[in-house]
Ligand binder design. Structure first.
Ligand code: ADP
Ligand code: MG
Length: 657
């Protein structure tokens, strides 16, 4: 523990001290200028990494937020006589404001559409800054006097230290935020927006929060940028800068503060590298070697496909060759950045820091953080009182996909405390029914009551808030999060602490409690030892169990399991039966979709059979599987006399004599 703290915090402290004392020892205004820019870009890229790294969205608007912040700071000083602190706050606020406004339309979009909407925002901003001459001075540019800081005029060194201090504040606050429930939520929605809503975390609000925050940091960086250069021109905040910022984040390493810092260093140094041929050749040679090493390593360990290993080597090779034949590398800057971005995206998706981190962790044997001990299950899932009364009522529920009547008038009551089986042949509408109940789809018509009150329709998030939790037939895990984080992020009752407390890192106790509860649930499904493994690296059966543990973190009244035994081997099915019984013991009502008839017979008090979206039978498992209509549905038309056959593992087999 101490070693870990020492190694990790020690390196950061050392870096800070070195950065802080350089201006005292090196009296060079060029170096000082680079360092100041490094601190400013550090803040900017930490902001950009929130959307690019954590949300996993290509954000092309960060250069625009830098510009908006810069002009805001400049104008509040020149027009309203703001001091430095007020102007910087205004710059950050304008970043947040525009970011928040943009997030509402933009964040309903995903992937390329999101990227395009941020691109349009960027184009609009540059145009506005250019054309609104009465305010911005247009292409002429705008002079910005550097205002005093609490009455003190800052020289270049003083201003550098100010930027450095702000970077440290942002660094610490972001580390606290991103290692809290907020950061987990950001990552969760990158991996599965559906599950983020179904686990009551809320996709839109988190996306909006992340984007607003990242844009606010962009605005703050812009304010510092304005006071650093003391002269602004709109054509700075354009595509060139945007590409190089993206390159910085991706090359530095996503989802990492160090990555953002390394990225900022690259962003600051790159233009200077291009101005000298020797430097550029040295640099591209280094890049070539790096690509070669990464390529060979990937090839030998068979972790990369041949294309992934070869393409970056070719791209960097082109830079080396190009460096020999071109006299002026600056003219080629766009092509150079593009090649580098390509090489990194393909060959080093984890970035330099990701590449270095695995290596460094092994070198220094940095132990993973210690975890608390789990507690008895009773403390995490307090037993609920069940009275057998109606918990969930469906009233003539219908859901059509165009002409397909997937759910066609289902009226059904689920009693509190039951394990209610839902069976039927493939395509009979079981999944659609629970998707409608849980809010993934809005029903075509019909009513749903939970605890006698209407349930919100078509909103996973609102339904989750009402105490319903579920798993998915096709797993919807947060694949890059560890098993522990998958459960922690869904944990209800460990409320998100107020933002200021999170930023100051004063919520460790809450985090600890969430960890203990999550570990207890993982222990219950037998995944304690795998708690640090990313969900995507778990075996298939373990992933199914993890999804159940995550659903339980909601402490639901009603749990819906959509084919939990699908694809499981026999030992795992036995384990599943035990787990479901234990959940039931806690007073949680369960709807169990299953086609393994033995699982259903073993567990359920009551079974409803669907066919073509309609209920064809309901009753005790023993009764139901001898029901002629059920046998007909499973057989597809051929009716045998009742009692001659029963359903086993989804298939009809004759009743043994
Ligand atoms: P089950 O879970 O019982 O196997 P489903 O609810 O998945 O059945 O499917 C019921 C019917 O609805 C099937 O005919 C299926 O093809 C159709 N269906 C399911 N999901 C969709 C969808 N997203 N779009 C169109 N049709 C769908
Ligand atoms: Mg299904």
């Amino acid at each position: 523990m101490l070693k870990r703290l020492f190694l990790i915090l020690g390196v950061e402290a050392l870096l800070l001290v070195v950065l802080a004392v350089i201006p005292l020892t090196v009296n060079n205004s060029f170096v000082l200028g680079l360092l100041t820019l490094l601190a400013i870009y550090g803040i900017l890229l930490i902001g950009l990494d929130i959307t690019v790294g954590y949300l996993g969205q290509v954000n092309l608007a960060q250069a625009a937020f830098l510009g908006l912040g810069a002009y805001t700071a400049a104008l509040t000083v020149t027009r309203f006589g703001f001091g430095m602190p007020a102007a910087l706050i205004a710059a950050a606020a304008v970043g947040c404001l525009f970011g928040g406004a943009l997030s509402f339309p933009a964040l309903r979009l995903e992937g390329p559409q999101f990227a395009l909407s941020t691109l349009s925002f960027m184009a609009l901003t540059t145009t506005a800054l250019n054309e609104w001459e009465s305010l911005t001075g247009g292409a002429q540019g705008l002079q910005v006097p550097r205002p005093p800081l609490f009455g003190v005029m800052l020289g270049p060194k003083g201003f550098y230290w100010l930027c450095l201090i702000l970077l440290v504040f942002v660094w610490i606050a972001m580390r606290n935020l991103l290692s809290s429930q907020w950061g987990r939520a950001f990552e969760a929605l990158r991996d599965s927006p559906i599950a983020t809503d179904a686990m009551g975390i809320g996709t839109l609000r988190n996306k909006a929060a992340a984007f607003t925050l990242g844009s606010g940091l962009g605005g703050l960086a812009g304010g510092l940028y304005a006071f650093n250069f003391q002269y602004l021109q709109p054509q700075v905040f354009v595509y060139d800068l945007m590409v190089i910022l993206l390159l910085g984040v991706v090359l530095g390493g996503r989802k990492s503060l160090w990555g953002a810092f390394v990225g900022a260093t690259i962003v600051v140094l790159l233009p200077n590298l291009l101005s000298s041929r020797i430097l550029f050749q040295a640099f591209s040679g280094l890049g070539f070697l790096l690509a070669l090493t990464a390529g060979i390593r990937g090839f030998v360990t068979k972790t990369t496909r041949p294309f992934q290993a070869v393409a970056p080597v070719v791209a960097m090779g082109m830079l080396v060759v190009g460096g020999i034949f071109t006299s002026n590398t600056e003219d080629w800057r766009k092509a150079i950045f593009a090649l580098m971005l390509f090489a990194v995206m393909v060959g080093l998706p984890e970035g330099l820091m990701g590449f270095a981190a695995s290596f460094l962790t092994r070198l220094f044997r940095i132990p993973p953080p210690e975890l608390p001990e789990p507690v008895p299950l009773d403390e995490v899932l307090v037993k609920k009182v069940t009275d057998g009364g109606p918990l969930l009522e469906l009233l003539d529920l219908k859901h059509y996909f165009g002409g397909v009547r997937a759910v066609d008038g289902v009226t059904l009551t689920i009693s509190s405390g039951a394990i209610h089986g839902l069976i039927g042949p493939n395509g009979s509408g079981k999944s659609t029914l629970v998707n409608v109940i849980s809010g993934l789809y809005a029903p075509t018509s019909g009513g749903i009551l939970l605890h006698g009150k209407p349930l919100a329709k078509g909103s996973l998030f609102k339904v989750a808030q009402r105490g319903l939790s579920r798993t998915f037939q096709n797993l919807q895990l947060f694949s890059e999060l560890s098993a522990l984080d998958n459960v922690m992020v869904a944990m209800k009752g460990i409320y998100r602490s107020p933002l200021p407390l999170v930023l100051l890192g004063l919520t460790r106790k809450n985090e600890r409690r969430a960890q203990i509860d999550a570990l207890t649930l993982l222990k219950m499904v037998g995944l304690m030892d795998d708690c640090r493994v990313p969900a995507k690296d778990l075996p298939y059966g373990a992933q199914r169990f993890l999804e159940i543990a995550r659903a339980l973190a909601r402490r639901p009244d009603l749990l819906i399991l959509d084919e939990p035994a699908a694809g499981l081997a026999q030992p795992d099915i036995t384990r599943l039966l035990q787990i479901i019984r234990r959940i039931h013991d806690r007073g949680i009502t369960i709807i169990l979709i299953e086609h393994h008839m033995d699982v259903v017979s073993e567990l359920c008090n009551i079974v409803t059979v669907l066919d073509h979206g309609k209920i064809i039978a309901e009753g005790e498992p023993g009764e139901v599987k001898r029901h002629p209509k059920v046998i007909e549905a499973y057989l597809g038309g051929t009716v045998e006399p009742a009692g001659q056959q029963y359903i086993e593992q989804g298939n009809i087999v004759p009743v043994p004599a």
